[in-house]
Design a protein around this ligand. Structure first.
Ligand code: ZN
Length: 493
């Protein structure tokens, strides 16, 4: 695939003329470059400097009347914050606001970058991010940049904040997109004799640049920003305590006895089960469906899995409620919105409170489910060796003898996808068993569906792109209930 040569330089306006002469020499010796990024407040000076013969030079300034302005035929100024697509298909993001300025426009900046779905090749910022600054014990960085960078996941990130230093961090990878990121701080020309110019030969197809180099470090944005989440707590609970049943219902996210239960998220309640919308939903409104549709089906009782050895399980009110709820959601998705449904669940004695995740999937994507699953199995089994290898069996109905024999044995621990192509046909079941002591990827289901839906940035429920305010959640529930009303199982059943 195509690679393009790029040059990034940093200097002050008083040195502009000298720098341009040096850049011209570099361009004929190591180039030709297809574009040049010039860090430093130099746009005025460059405008009156002869830059003929150079490719387009991009400068960056914190003034923000317009996002971008063409100063002359090969000089473009990018201002404030934004995203710019160059004529050679590079996507550049830039945030030239200082840390203090960012505090005043945090919401606007993050809202802007939330819209960006495509790969950002180059990010230029005035400040360091806090995560990288903390890792390197350097200048204090901006926490708002942490959020912006988590949204953008740029391939290269440049700043000139520390004018006397050249610094290059080892590469690191983003789990959501597999993107490899590199961070560099360029010294300013003539300040310290440190490196002020950096040339790179960038592969334009970002998907060919997803193999983590051997010197890759743990992604600093995960280390510092990792917040507790229900599933993480199960994992650390798995890893650290190896005990079962230590989370009491009063502290459980899904128990009504927990005074902190987020009851504004509840869509429907029956005698034995209830439905809530998902925190940080994966799916987004699509077509006729004006709400996410990602919901959780949860037993009211604090049990770790569907089958904990209840007598006559399948005849119980609990099982009936679970089945009726699941069917009714499948029906709404298909009949009202022409959506298929995928249900994901983990049945493990180490889980805290059993639940199923239900997601609407556009009909035209559902036949790609197997491919999406296989890809993530491959990734899980080959790349994430700390997890147990998953081996999925397929069953063509919930009443399949072999499926039932696994489900009806309370000793079994397994992961399951139930794929409802339509509202009437039997679902296809994909099931992988594991041993209690095995380490499993609790995000596996979400990973598969994020890949299927082509929403790589929404893999983590707690990433900024997925977060919703309480008002938005209330609205989601309202829209959900409005559509669900005619499908909701009647309470007397
Ligand atoms: Zn519970």
């Amino acid at each position: 695939m195509a690679k393009i040569k790029i040059l990034v330089v940093h200097g002050e306006s008083k040195d502009c003329h000298t720098i341009v002469e040096k850049v011209k020499k570099l361009n004929s010796k190591s180039g030709p470059f297809e574009c040049i990024f010039f860090l430093g407040d130099v746009v005025q000076e460059l405008n009156v400097t002869n830059i003929d013969g150079l490719p387009v030079v991009y400068t960056f300034s914190s003034t923000s009347e317009v996002e971008s302005s063409k100063i002359k035929s090969n000089l473009i100024s990018l201002n404030g914050y934004g995203v710019y697509q160059t004529s050679n298909d590079l996507r550049i993001a830039y945030i030239m606001n200082s840390a203090t300025e960012l505090n005043g426009c945090k919401d606007e900046v993050l809202a802007k970058f939330k819209e960006i779905d495509d790969t950002v090749d180059i990010l230029i910022t005035k400040e360091w991010s806090r995560c990288v600054a903390e890792r390197e014990q350097r200048v204090t960085g901006s926490a708002i940049l942490d959020d912006a960078i988590t949204l953008l996941q740029p391939r290269y990130h440049f700043t000139g904040k520390e004018a006397n230093t050249f610094f290059e961090s080892p590469p690191f990878q983003w789990k959501e997109t597999n993107t490899i990121s590199r961070f560099l701080n360029l010294a300013s020309y003539g300040k310290s004799g440190k490196k002020w110019a950096y040339a790179l030969n960038l592969e334009l197809d970002a998907t060919l640049d997803t193999t983590a180099p051997t010197n890759a470090i743990e992604n600093p944005y995960y280390v510092t920003k990792k917040r507790p989440q229900p599933d993480d707590s199960i994992q650390s609970y798995q890893n650290k305590t190896k005990k079962i049943g230590t989370v009491v219902p009063e502290a459980c996210h899904f128990c009504f006895t927990n005074p902190k239960l987020q009851d504004h998220m509840i869509v429907s309640i029956s005698d034995y089960a209830y439905i809530t919308i998902a925190k940080g939903p994966l799916s987004v409104p699509k077509g006729e469906m004006n709400f996410s549709g990602h919901c959780l089906l949860i037993p009211i009782e604090h049990i770790a899995k569907f089958n904990v050895g209840q007598e006559n399980l399948l005849q119980s009110g609990f099982a009936q409620d679970m089945i009726n709820y699941e069917k009714s959601i499948v029906k709404m998705n298909f009949n009202k919105f022409e959506m298929s449904t995928v249900v994901f669940e983990i049945n493990s004695d180490r889980s805290i409170h059993y639940h199923k995740q239900l997601l609407p999937i556009p009909k035209y994507l559902i036949m790609k489910f197997r491919t999406a699953l296989d890809r993530q199995i491959h990734f899980n089994n080959e790349k994430l060796r700390q997890n147990v290898a998953l081996n999925f069996q397929t069953y063509n109905s919930l009443s399949d003898f072999n499926y039932k024999s696994i489900m009806e044995n309370a000793q079994n621990n397994y992961m399951q996808f139930t794929v409802y192509e339509t509202a009437e046909s039997d679902p296809t079941i994909y099931l992988a068993t594991f041993k209690l002591e095995d380490r499993i990827d609790l995000q596996f289901g979400r990973r598969v569906l994020a890949f299927l839906l082509n929403l790589p940035r929404r893999v983590r429920w707690d990433s900024p792109v997925c977060s919703q305010t309480k008002e938005q959640e209330v609205k989601e529930v309202e829209l959900f209930q409005k559509s669900y009303k005619e499908y909701e199982p009647s309470k007397s059943n």
